[in-house]
Design a protein around this ligand. Structure first.
Ligand SMILES: CCCCCCCC/C=C\CCCCCCCC(=O)NCC(=O)O
Ligand SMILES: [Zn+2]
Ligand SMILES: [Zn+2]
Length: 512
């Protein structure tokens, strides 16, 4: 090798070594100095004079609420009589709320409830706590440890459909307001409670009408809090502490019907391709072609940064240096369903129908695809992607339902409402970290976008990964302790909302 070439290689290696050393230095410095985003407000204790205990009466009210079979089946198909009975039960169970001159109650869309609790300072913008009255059906009843509409108490847990989705927040909000008013207190800021009756089938007749009513009244909210992501225990890799996840954005949705119509006939004289075969190939192509991994572009990235300082060293190093390791973390995310759902638009095949008899070639096959759309994508992009992947004009696409991803609400120290929420959470869950994230499921908040730019989705309940299948699944349950925390969370939130919503200085404010 010529001396000139040798020299060049030597210089190149030296430059590479210096560059690597520099990168390593930056990685180490960032790992060591990455900011903390957490706060430590005073903890709520059972000995506090305004602590709401889960006593017999409150537990009895909650378990009774679980016994109402307020099931939503399909869009427009629910359980109207049961909803009416449930509404009546609520009216009778909370006499202070329903007798208070401060409270105006409206039944909206026949079965949804909208309460207005007048604040003492009319100059303050109101806010809204939302939940829903309906539940999904309970399948596999025989596999439940206690019947799904029993509200049975077993080993410290209340079992039943709606215990974590979402009658605990419905009853929790009502208990908090009942407690407040029965102590003769009036909130400073006007508060709305909005309880839709068909969230589980899209909220077309409940939340949508609530939003119309509030819009007609010209209301704008300082913030809205609805059902959402839980206090995760062991959900985030590399973090041993609990992490309360506040969803500051919500994925969109696109439910598509795929249909193939071909000639049917006698099974003894088949053609080379059938409707079933053509549709199977199409949906198999869709399943094999995941939408792009968008990690690095949405709140899911910030979620990791908010807990970085509490991670084990390898995770902390990766998360403090996403400028370098983002592709690696994106790959790690794609490995597990929970994190994959945060990182990309997902594709779920939820229905496949064809055929009527063993020896008849079905002339028709249909399937339903349920996409949940990443906040940085859109309905149009997803549709275009699917059509390209399938690339077969025999497969007809039609839209069943669609909703764009939500706007992202403000978060971090520049948002007083987010910080108030964070501090309230840390009063009730003192050991938990708090982080922003994206709601992977859909909520009634879709209809509330014009009422507030600060919409948050949070479920004040600790959940491990083994609890997640209880959502819409068997053995849905909540511990008595968790229900107590839920009531106290809403009470503290209401009390904290008496404080002015201003930017505060925090311990790590220079880093935030
Ligand atoms: C790093 C891991 C973080 C995991 C975060 C994901 C945790 C997900 C937790 C709960 C979500 C469960 C879905 C709840 C959806 C509730 C609303 C609903 O049912 N809507 C109807 C629908 O989406 O179809
Ligand atoms: Zn729900
Ligand atoms: Zn649900």
């Amino acid at each position: 090798m010529a001396r000139g070439t040798q020299r060049l290689i030597f210089v190149a290696l030296k430059v590479l070594a210096v560059a690597l050393a520099l990168v390593l230095m930056v990685v180490i410095i960032r790992t060591a100095t990455f900011p903390s985003y957490q706060t430590s407000p005073p903890e709520c204790k059972p000995t506090d004079p305004d602590f709401i205990p889960a006593d017999q009466d409150r537990l009895a009210r909650f378990t009774s609420a679980i016994r109402f079979r307020t099931v939503s089946y399909e869009r427009g198909v629910g359980t109207p009589q049961e909803l009416s009975r449930f509404i009546q039960f609520i009216r009778e169970s909370f006499p202070t709320i329903h007798g208070s001159p401060l409270v105006r109650r409206q039944v909206v869309g026949n079965y949804s409830l909208l309460y207005r609790v007048a604040g003492s300072d009319a100059s303050l913008q109101p806010y809204m706590l939302a939940s829903h009255l309906d539940v999904v059906p309970a399948t596999e009843e025989a596999n439940w440890e206690a019947p799904p509409f029993s509200g049975q108490l077993k080993d410290g847990y209340i079992y039943g459909r709606g215990t974590i989705d979402i009658k605990h927040t419905l009853m929790g909000c009502l208990e908090a307001v009942e407690f407040l008013l029965s102590r003769g207190r009036q909130p400073k800021r006007t508060l709305y409670l909005a309880f839709g009756h068909d969230e589980e089938t899209g909220g077309h007749f409940g939340a949508k009408v609530i939003a119309d009513v509030l819009t007609q009244q010209g209301e704008k909210m300082a913030f809205i809090l609805d059902e959402g992501t839980p206090v995760g225990d062991g959900l985030l890799p590399g973090v041993s502490k609990q992490v309360a996840l506040i969803s500051v954005a919500e994925k969109g949705g696109l439910q598509l019907r795929l249909e193939v119509d071909e000639e049917g006939g006698h099974a003894s004289i088949p053609r080379s391709e059938s409707a079933i075969g053509i549709l199977s190939k199409a949906i198999s192509k869709l399943e094999d072609s995941p939408h792009p991994n968008m990690f690095g572009t949405g709140p899911e990235t910030r979620m990791l940064e908010y807990v970085a300082t509490e991670m084990t060293l390898p995770y902390r190093m990766l998360t403090s240096n996403l400028w370098l390791f983002s592709p690696l973390v994106a790959w790690v995310y794609s490995r597990k369903p929970q994190t994959n759902a945060l990182a990309r638009t997902t594709t779920a095949l939820t229905r496949f129908n064809a055929g009527v008899k063993d020896n008849v070639i079905s002339p028709r096959a249909t399937a339903v695809i349920d996409h949940r759309i990443h906040p940085t994508s859109s309905v149009e992009e997803v549709m275009e992607f699917d059509l390209k992947v399938v690339n077969d004009p025999r497969v007809k696409f039609s839209v069943i339902n669609s909703r764009q991803p939500s706007p992202t609400s403000p978060y971090g120290k520049d948002s007083p409402t987010y910080m108030l929420l964070q501090e309230t959470i840390q009063q009730i869950f003192p050991d938990a970290l708090v982080a922003p994230t994206t709601m992977v499921g859909n909520t009634d908040t879709l209809y509330y976008w014009n009422l507030s730019s600060a919409i948050y989705r949070f479920n004040p309940c600790v959940m491990t990964s083994s609890d997640l299948p209880r959502f819409h699944g068997v053995n849905e349950r909540i511990s008595v302790k968790s229900y107590e925390r839920a009531m106290n969370f809403y009470y503290h939130l209401i009390v904290n909302m008496d404080e002015p919503l201003i930017l505060k200085r925090y311990r790590h404010e220079d880093d935030l």
